[in-house]
Design a protein around this ligand. Structure first.
Ligand code: SGN
Ligand code: CA
Length: 538
């Protein structure tokens, strides 16, 4: 028996008493479009996220974490209900969430929990199942955003990530009943397009340069849906709209003429004069340089091929810098939440989760945005930190195949709440708990069984022209079926091709594998009862 085991056993009786006395709280932090590629705990080579890493050190980092439908509203609906999109009804961002349906916050409420939802909601109907909500309107704004606080519209001054955190900390400190357990959602707008940094972070990374991903100039051969998307950094990322090169007299023309009337106001219209001045101090010199180098040429249509290649590189740098600045503020605010929990003796009885509504392309395939079942957007970061007093593992990784429909049953089980049989996800508590803790109602040491995951994306053609598709992901392969305008199967061996560059479907030697995967895919569609199986077969 090594020294560590002795220490753990020695602590056990105290831990049991603690777990018996103190029901587990939940703090669920979710960003919007945060790529795992930009988290140092996930091996980022471009930035440091010390606070998210701090959470990973005291919890479990999932290395095979995926979503069920890579888009904001749908992802949130999957998370709340523990069900795939066809079952919860919110298939794309044009839908309205049916708030009368079962969600895990409602079940927690019935079990005596206080529930609070703060930040980006994006489900159109107002939240149900929360004792308190203070949500951003629609997509939310980065500066001086408007919130709906228990039914009332309020504009708040400042930067969205900081305000959302302030509201959460205020709820913890002043608005909840300290005698009852709680489940708090902290949902950031950041780092969603158009990646507007906090004023205090504007000068970060200015001298950094980022290497273009090796498949930045992917030609999409063998992948027809990828050929017709509109989320390319080179073609679709707008220098004015996305990259903020809006000069006061609008000499730099947006690629999209409908945006021109807006110019700089697109960014500054919600800001007060001090915020505008700080914003301009950073962007105006960059705009002047940009104007000198590219502005006139773009306006007069005289860009050469060499100019275009240079512009692509410039756009990538600008995109990365702004995105990473926005992440820097997210990380700082995650740190504030952890500090608060620590300072207020809540760290030892709170399950803390960090995740994103989906992954994001940081130039892989030449893209920004998400939606595809390709790895960068299908995956999402997921860290869960269960305190040791509840048997929580610390500083380890889990390679179990998990999906956002699994969060609801996990939280229900962790709080000792019954999991209704119609929930489609599975609890991953066994992945984050190493030992059964007597008296802790949520105890479960059973590991998640080996499983394959199901995906279904619907939003087409808006806004980035990503064709509808569904598919299956096994630990090694992914098989996707695009349907509608593009009708095509795609098959990837992710061990050999983790970047989804070589579509093997129909290639010699893949027939048996394809047949097996199709069978498993159909089994998943039957298990989850997705009606698409009746209309799109082969
Ligand atoms: C907005 C963005 C899109 C993005 C969708 C969905 N355009 O419409 O680029 O794909 O949201 O994102 S923007 O010009 O309004 O920024 S989601 O994460 O909210 O689903
Ligand atoms: Ca999103």
């Amino acid at each position: 028996m090594n020294h560590r085991t002795v220490v753990n056993l020695a602590l056990l009786p105290a831990a049991c008493a603690w777990a018996q006395e103190k029901p587990l709280n939940i703090v669920y932090i979710m960003c919007d479009d945060h790529s795992y590629q930009t988290i140092s705990a996930y091996g980022s080579t471009v930035n440091h996220t010390p606070n998210i890493d701090r959470l990973a050190e005291r919890g479990v980092r999932f290395t095979n974490s995926f979503v069920a439908n890579s888009l904001s509203g749908p992802s949130r609906a999957c998370m709340l209900t523990g069900k795939h999109s066809h079952a919860n009804g919110f298939t794309d961002n044009t839908k309205r969430f049916d708030g009368s349906q079962q969600t895990f916050p409602k079940l927690l409420q019935q079990a005596g929990y206080q529930t609070a939802m703060i930040g980006k909601w994006h489900l159109v109907s107002l939240p149900t199942g929360f004792d308190y909500y203070d949500i951003l309107t629609g997509q939310g704004d980065y500066y001086n955003p408007t919130f709906i606080c228990n039914g009332q519209h309020l504009q708040r001054h400042g930067y969205s990530t900081t305000i959302t955190t302030n509201l959460a900390l205020n709820w913890l400190a002043n608005q909840r009943d300290p005698q009852r357990p709680f489940c708090l959602f902290i949902h950031h707008k950041a780092p969603h397009r158009t990646w507007m940094p906090d004023l205090q972070d504007l000068e970060l990374f200015s001298d950094s340069t980022y290497e273009l991903p090796s498949n930045f100039y992917d030609d999409y051969s063998g992948r027809r849906a990828a050929q017709q998307q509109r989320m390319s950094i080179a073609k679709d990322m707008d220098v004015v709209y996305d990259l903020k090169m809006a000069d006061r007299d609008s000499i730099i023309h947006s690629f999209d003429p409908t945006l021109e009337q807006w110019g700089r106001a697109m960014y500054t219209q919600r800001m007060d004069s001090a915020q505008q001045a700080a914003w301009d101090r950073h962007y105006q010199p960059l705009i002047a340089k940009f104007r000198e180098r590219f502005g006139q040429k773009i306006a007069s249509g005289t860009m050469t091929r060499a100019d275009s290649l240079e512009l692509n590189r410039w756009k990538y740098q600008q995109y990365m810098r702004d995105y990473l600045r926005v992440i820097h503020s997210v990380d700082r605010n995650v740190g504030r939440v952890l500090d608060y929990l620590e300072d207020n003796d809540l760290l030892e009885n709170t399950l803390i989760v960090y995740t994103s509504d989906q992954g994001f392309y940081m130039g892989e395939h030449g893209w920004f945005d998400k939606r595809f079942m390709y790895e960068e957007s299908f995956r999402t970061p997921l860290i869960m930190s269960l305190p040791t007093a509840y048997g929580g593992k610390q500083g380890v990784t889990s390679d179990a195949m998990v999906q956002n429909i699994d969060y609801a049953p996990t939280f229900l089980q962790a709080t000792g709440t019954a999991i209704p049989s119609d929930i489609q996800g599975e609890s991953v508590l066994g992945e984050i708990q190493s030992s059964r803790v007597q008296g802790f109602k949520g105890s479960r040491v059973r590991k998640l069984k080996k499983r394959n995951l199901y995906y279904h994306y619907y939003e087409y053609p808006d806004e980035h022209r990503v064709n509808r598709h569904f598919g299956i992901r096994t630990p090694r392969y992914s098989l996707m079926r695009f349907y509608g305008d593009v009708n095509q199967w795609e098959l990837y061996d992710l061990q050999r091709d983790p970047e989804n560059m070589h579509n093997l479907y129909g290639k010699p030697g893949t027939l048996n594998l394809t047949r097996k995967l199709k069978k498993k895919l159909l089994q998943l569609q039957e298990l989850y009862d997705d009606p698409i199986r009746h209309t799109v077969k082969d």
